[in-house]
Design a protein around this ligand. Structure first.
Ligand code: ZN
Length: 203
């Protein structure tokens, strides 16, 4: 069983993180784990079609490997955020190594936004990110679980009915998520537009 909405307990424990957008009439689309030369261009074309500006939380190593795809994200007016250098899990990584990874990724990604991979970050890491590195740590309210290959895209589309105004949504521009992403993203955008939501990327 997969959870689509972030648990209230987590939101309470990390109160200084950003969990929701400020506009209740808007939806905030975010894409994690790219850039990827096969998947990111698809996302960019969908966003172009629906005139949506989104936020991409990029893995430093992917920006290093695919600078032209990263450049395309910026060129099309989207926001970017830091998602560590190698997608480290904060809970399983020593604090100094974790912060070093974020700083390393900052050499490739110029942004004050940060999203911890898996949403996992230790209290010490969180404090350093906010106080020393001056990052805004962005979590989410609704995650598509698109990377889960045991999950059908029809299930994701069904669960998208639970999306509410102000929600920060997570999809992944990664190969793992490619099938579910391509099968669900446009349909979910259309569903949300029918509910009269607009899309923003300034949380
Ligand atoms: Zn990630």
């Amino acid at each position: 069983m997969r959870f689509f909405r972030s648990p209230l307990l987590a939101r309470y424990l990390i109160r200084k993180g950003i969990w929701k957008g400020s506009d209740k009439n808007a939806i905030y689309l975010t894409f994690d784990d790219g850039p990827n030369p096969e998947v990111t261009p698809f996302v960019l074309s969908v966003l172009r079609k629906y005139k949506i500006k989104a936020t991409f939380f990029c893995v430093g190593n992917n920006v290093k490997n695919y600078p032209e795809v990263y450049g395309q994200i910026l060129e099309e007016g989207h926001r970017v955020g830091n998602h560590t250098m190698f997608h480290e899990n904060g809970i399983k990584t020593a604090n100094h190594a974790y912060i070093e990874s974020v700083e390393n990724a900052s050499n490739y990604i110029d942004s004050d936004l940060f999203r911890p991979p898996y949403g996992k970050v230790s209290p010490t890491q969180f404090k350093t990110l906010v106080k020393t590195l001056k990052k805004k740590v962005v979590f989410w309210t609704w995650i598509s679980n698109d990377w889960d290959k045991t999950l059908a895209s029809s299930e994701i589309i069904l669960k998208a009915k639970s999306i509410r105004g102000g929600d920060i949504l997570v999809f992944h521009d990664s190969l793992k998520a490619q099938k579910n992403l391509t099968e669900s993203l446009e349909i979910i955008i259309q569903m949300l537009q029918k509910r009269n939501f607009h899309f923003k990327n300034n949380f």
